[in-house]
Design a binder for this molecule. Structure first.
Ligand code: HEC
Ligand code: HEC
Length: 198
């Protein structure tokens, strides 16, 4: 094969590599704005940690509300407040729509099947707002709690119970009153149930 032909072959390969592939997480305009979040929330918002929430596939309106609540100090979190302020500075709609458009990989946390069964039996009081399996409602900023890490869900339920999540928020009085009436063991079962849902 001549040198010229080899160059042509090389050029052809170069072109085929540069051909547009299916849009991936890196192609979204929100990706560069969400880059620093991956240190805690995992690549494309698919946290593999038991304590950190998964952001991938969450409703955009809820993500935006959560970031505004952290930034304004309404939902206290020393870890999140500076990042929420940064996300708002960079463009909260792009950041929220980036994570909302990613496919959720359910939690890698180990799930106790017996606890999840007990949680399912206790979940009727939650279904009115969170839906039959916990998918929430995008139109009402109701979060999708399916496949979230067990540890994260349990911790949030304990924060609601102690009125430490968005303390005093009138809009959350009703769920907090329900959660306050449940023993911690039942909250752990509910966390296992929603973590097991897909
Ligand atoms: C240093 C670690 C860390 C970094 C970096 C970080 N987060 Fe978080 N994030 C957390 C923790 C911890 C929580 C849970 C806080 C709580 O208890 O409310 C959280 C919660 C959230 C939630 C609420 C999720 C839910 O389901 O309620 C959103 C939304 C969020 N983070 C978005 C972001 C975005 C966007 C960035 C990047 C701009 C970011 N985070 C960077 C640690 C981090
Ligand atoms: C009256 C409606 C209502 C009921 C009933 C309700 N919730 Fe919620 N829940 C909400 C709303 C609204 C939020 C979002 C709060 C916010 O914006 O910070 C929420 C948030 C949560 C979160 C935090 C999700 C996240 O990603 O941060 C968990 C976990 C949760 N609920 C679990 C439950 C469980 C378990 C029950 C049943 C024991 C329940 N909820 C009952 C309305 C409700």
């Amino acid at each position: 094969m001549s040198r010229r032909l080899l160059m042509c072959a090389g050029f052809a390969i170069g072109v085929s590599v540069a051909a547009p592939a299916a849009a991936g997480p890196l192609d979204h305009p929100g990706y560069p704005k969400a880059f620093s979040c991956s240190a805690c929330h995992g690549f494309a918002g698919n946290s593999r940690s038991d304590a950190m929430p998964i952001l991938a596939g969450q409703h955009a309106g809820y993500l935006k509300k959560a970031l505004q609540d952290y930034a304004g100090g309404k939902r206290p979190s020393a870890e999140m407040e500076p990042y929420a302020k940064m996300a708002i500075e960079l463009g909260v709609d792009d950041v929220a729509s980036y994570f909302a458009s990613q496919t959720r990989m359910p939690t890698a946390s180990a799930i106790d099947r017996a606890a999840a069964e007990r949680g399912k039996a206790a979940s009727a009081v939650c279904a009115a707002c969170h839906g039959p399996t916990g998918k929430g409602d995008a139109a009402k900023d109701m979060p999708d709690i399916t496949g979230q890490p067990v540890g994260f869900l349990k911790n949030q339920l304990l924060l609601f119970k102690a009125d430490k999540r968005s303390p005093g928020d009138a809009a959350l009085m009703q769920p907090k009153a329900i959660i306050k009436g449940l023993p911690d063991d039942t909250l752990a079962d509910l966390a296992a149930y929603y973590a097991s849902q897909r």
